[in-house]
Write a protein that binds this ligand. Sequence first.
Ligand SMILES: Nc1ncnc2c1ncn2[C@@H]1O[C@H](COP(=O)(O)OP(=O)(O)OP(=O)(O)O)[C@@H](O)[C@H]1O
Ligand SMILES: [Mg+2]
Length: 352
Amino acid sequence: MTIIDETAESPAPDGSGDTGRPLLEVRDLHVEFHTRDGIAKAVNGVNYSVAAGETLAVLGESGSGKSVTAQAIMGILDMPPGRIPKGEILFRGQDMLKMSGEERRKIRGSKIAMIFQDALSSLNPVLSVGYQLSEMFRVHQGMSKKDAKVKAIELMDRVKIPAAGDRVNDYPHQFSGGMRQRIMIAMALALEPDLIIADEPTTALDVTVQAQVMDLLAELQREYNMGLILITHDLGVVADVADKIAVMYAGRIVERAPVHELYKRPAHPYTKGLLDSIPRLDQKGQELYAIKGLPPNLLRIPTGCAFNPRCPQAQDVCRTDVPPLHPVTERDGTELAGRGSACHFWKETIHG
Ligand SMILES: Nc1ncnc2c1ncn2[C@@H]1O[C@H](COP(=O)(O)OP(=O)(O)OP(=O)(O)O)[C@@H](O)[C@H]1O
Ligand SMILES: [Mg+2]
């Protein structure tokens, strides 16, 4: 049986043929939470990587471990109750889990930045937006108050806040949700990080504003050649911006693929279910498909494939054996680059 070697170096996304190390590599990451009721296994062997200029979308239902993985990368997990019993998080080849607190903080401050869903609770309500942006430059780069303010206005311009110069002294609550999210993006960009992790950056916004903010993020990412990890449970959002997708279920990656291939030909029944539950304009009036059942309780993950109780294709082997991430191939055995499926019946799923 072939199992994907997740540690293999990936080709450069710019097509240059360079096979440099990815910017970030998560290897066999495990995270558990010690709770009163027992050990909740939130992340159970996640592998993914992202290169400079590349966007990885991480997808999955609520509770699948998307944010916990991101928190582990950022070094902001609550420990305790959280614990990382196993795994590596390599940033430019160096394991951040082995670094000192000081080294870690340096990377977190300037090399990896995070954008959260809820700007209102991430920004300080009693400080002006300009002050909060300026502070990034004053604290991290020792800039003078005056220079930092000029930079703050520049950044507000970059994220397309109209009349930035006039609004620099406004407070977070004086901005609309979409504008606040742009300010969050500005904060993340301030120190020109190599990698941005955006955790549901547009979920709280209405649909048209969502698209604008997502487009802006994608534009800036290209311009700065940053790596981007985009966490979402909305398949509709990622189609235009991501290069590749990792689908998570119960703390594992169940499928990974270049974005358009995943949409065209899913190789895991869970991905299939997610795709079938997207509303489509050409099927108006039809009842929307929903995956039956609920994600598992992480204190008692089902044996075998964690998805088996909800899977329309489940057989006996699915209830006993955990499926590894198989390479996905064409019918004739030609390997499909970057594709993998953790389903015993991936062939039947993709080729019918
Ligand atoms: N501090 C904590 N203590 C105990 N359990 C936690 C803690 N943080 C997260 N968890 C658990 O870890 C699991 C994974 O959570 P996570 O936030 O990663 O989900 P998610 O995939 O980001 O979901 P969502 O789409 O809802 O944001 C959840 O069951 C959650 O309850
Ligand atoms: Mg989350």
